[in-house]
Design a protein around this ligand. Structure first.
Ligand code: ATP
Length: 243
């Protein structure tokens, strides 16, 4: 479904992605793990066309994404759930969700959007309870759920999840990850997850890539990576394991 071929991305003179090659097949949950500054966010922003690659190829269902604008990427049903959630704090939960479906209104009309919202509420019942509440007043975990719900309002083929665990208490992280697992199991959406919490990500992913300083260092089945001694040493310290 998604192919990155030798992708290089620069910020001025800084090269953040130094030629990465990666693929995501339909219905997979692929994780990219790596520490601070490895280039995970840069990779997702490039897929969404928020950043332009300096070289390399970026293909979605065989077509190049490189020259598209961000809204055109959204029209292909690639949804980006950004790092730090970025909900619209002064808007209600409902309006945040509607904004996630914005590219669909003209093509599909209100009925399809309402149906989608009902599905999002099935996944996140708490959002239904708080439908009129300002998003900025939700807890961190609720905001994360809203950010994922907003992305799902696009009815995405491919969901890009940037560090959904960020800043959340362990028990809430478990909740968020169990939702991601269920989304994967539903088979309705393909997921590319980037995460610092390597253990958590490897537990739910089919395959994973280890990104280090802009390079892919390792890749393989998640179960294989979980037992890889290099990965264990570098990424699966006590901090990343459940108690
Ligand atoms: P984190 O989990 O901390 O967000 P990350 O793996 O997502 O890390 P990126 O945010 O993609 O990493 O950053 C990759 C590299 O690019 C880092 O060295 C970072 O300092 C650099 N970088 C990111 N954004 C910019 C920017 N706007 N200008 C210059 N350098 C940047």
């Amino acid at each position: 479904m998604l192919e990155l071929k030798n992708l290089q991305v620069n910020y001025g003179r800084i090269t953040a992605l130094k030629g990465i090659t990666l693929e995501v097949r339909a219905s997979e949950l692929v994780a990219v793990i790596g520490s601070n500054g490895a280039g995970k966010t840069t990779m997702l922003k490039t897929i969404s066309s928020l950043l332009r690659p300096a070289s390399g190829e970026l293909l979605f269902e065989g077509k190049s994404l490189s020259s598209l604008k961000t809204h055109e990427v959204a029209l292909l049903r690639i949804a980006h759930c950004p790092e730090g959630r970025k909900v619209f704090a002064q808007q209600s939960v409902k309006d945040n969700l509607l904004l996630g479906a914005y590219p669909r209104f003209r093509r599909e009309g209100r009925k399809a959007i309402d149906l989608q919202m009902a599905q999002v509420f099935e996944i996140f019942p708490k959002l239904r309870e708080r439908v009129s509440q300002m998003a900025g007043t939700l807890s961190g975990g609720e905001q994360q759920m809203l950010a994922i719900g907003r992305a799902l309002m696009l009815n995405p083929k491919l969901l890009l999840l940037d560090e959904p665990s960020m800043g959340l208490a362990p028990i809430i992280i478990d909740e968020v990850f169990s939702v991601i697992r269920r989304l994967k199991e539903s088979g309705a959406v393909t997921i590319l997850l980037v995460e610092q919490l390597a253990f958590k990500a490897l537990q739910i992913a089919d395959r994973a890539y280890v990104l280090e300083q802009g390079f892919i260092r390792l890749s393989g089945e998640s179960q294989t990576l979980l037992s890889n001694s290099e990965v264990q040493k570098a990424y699966l310290g006590n901090l990343h394991r459940p108690n």
